[in-house]
Design a protein around this ligand. Structure first.
Ligand SMILES: NC(=O)C1=CN([C@@H]2O[C@H](COP(=O)(O)OP(=O)(O)OC[C@H]3O[C@@H](n4cnc5c(N)ncnc54)[C@H](OP(=O)(O)O)[C@@H]3O)[C@@H](O)[C@H]2O)C=CC1
Ligand SMILES: O=C(O)C1=N[C@H](C(=O)O)C[C@H](O)C1
Length: 233
């Protein structure tokens, strides 16, 4: 596959290594908005910055190039991207987290939330920890986890980056040098705490998931998620 890397930072470089090891070619690697011909690529992988992702994705739709995006912090435009994908008969996968481990963790989180919904003595809270260069907070993964709890748990309708109030999931975002990504969910009562945590040891899991998603998307049209790619849940 000829791959365009839209965003050649920490993730772009990790994806390049894995893509090459799986026999793919990198035909574009860019950290700019333009100055390349996207139609040279069979597939594009966008890991850029929040204010660039939407443009990069829509540019792929316009040139009939399937696109994977892992960029977080641009989701106010996600519905518009889906609409434009359909209008252009394009192919698109966004995931807040491409790693297999986190996608299993997403399922665990939903199942746990469903069970805890019966137990009114427990309050939920979430913590995410990432490296200090991260531009967005809370992380995209934390937002997915919180939205999944809201959809499964009768007590919660919102999340906020603050301490808890009735009906609100409090999320704490910490920034510590070199942490690839840790997400932790606590259900706390007076007598005990139930905790589930996912800890990424490197960026390799995110990068492998993105390349696997790109391989899966080639030749398809439509809007998909990692659940479709991994066939889990
Ligand atoms: N979904 C997932 O599994 C994961 C998602 N992420 C997300 O991916 C994104 C990138 O992460 P990471 O690689 O760590 O960040 P980096 O800051 O290391 O890389 C982002 C790159 O994008 C470049 N860039 C800036 N503007 C544009 C543009 N218009 N088009 C293309 N590239 C541009 C930046 O260039 P410059 O430095 O010159 O501005 C930089 O090289 C973040 O949103 C992060 O949250 C990260 C890991 C996993
Ligand atoms: O910026 C990062 O590094 C990461 N971003 C994603 C997010 O916002 O959830 C995924 C992963 O946690 C690493």
């Amino acid at each position: 596959m000829k791959i365009a890397l839209l965003g050649y930072g920490k993730m772009g470089k990790a994806i390049e290594k894995i893509a090459l090891s799986r026999g793919h070619d990198i035909v574009i690697k860019t950290s700019d908005e333009g100055g390349y011909d996207i139609s040279q690529a069979d597939v594009a992988i966008d890991f850029s910055v929040p204010n660039a992702a939407f443009y990069n994705i829509v540019n792929c739709f316009k040139h009939n190039v399937p696109v994977i995006s892992g960029t977080t912090g641009w989701l106010q435009n996600y519905d518009k991207a889906v609409e434009l994908c359909k209008e252009n008969n394009g192919a698109f996968i966004y995931a807040s987290n491409f790693s297999l481990g986190v996608n299993i963790f997403f399922e665990l989180n939903k199942n746990l939330a469903r069970m805890m919904s019966q137990l009114r003595d427990y309050d939920v809270s979430m913590e995410e920890v990432h490296h200090t260069q991260k531009l967005d907070a809370p992380s995209g993964t934390a937002i997915t986890l919180a939205e999944d709890i809201i959809s499964e748990h009768a007590n919660y309708t919102e999340w906020k980056l603050e301490t808890g109030r009735e009906g609100i999931i409090p999320i704490t975002a910490k920034r510590i040098e070199n942490v690839p990504g840790t997400h932790s969910i606590d259900y706390k009562s007076e007598v005990d705490t139930i905790n589930i945590t996912h800890t990424a040891h490197s960026r390799q899991g995110f990068a492998l998931g993105a390349v696997v998603a790109a391989e899966w998307l080639l030749g398809k049209t439509g809007v998909f998620t990692m659940k479709d790619v991994l066939n889990i849940g």
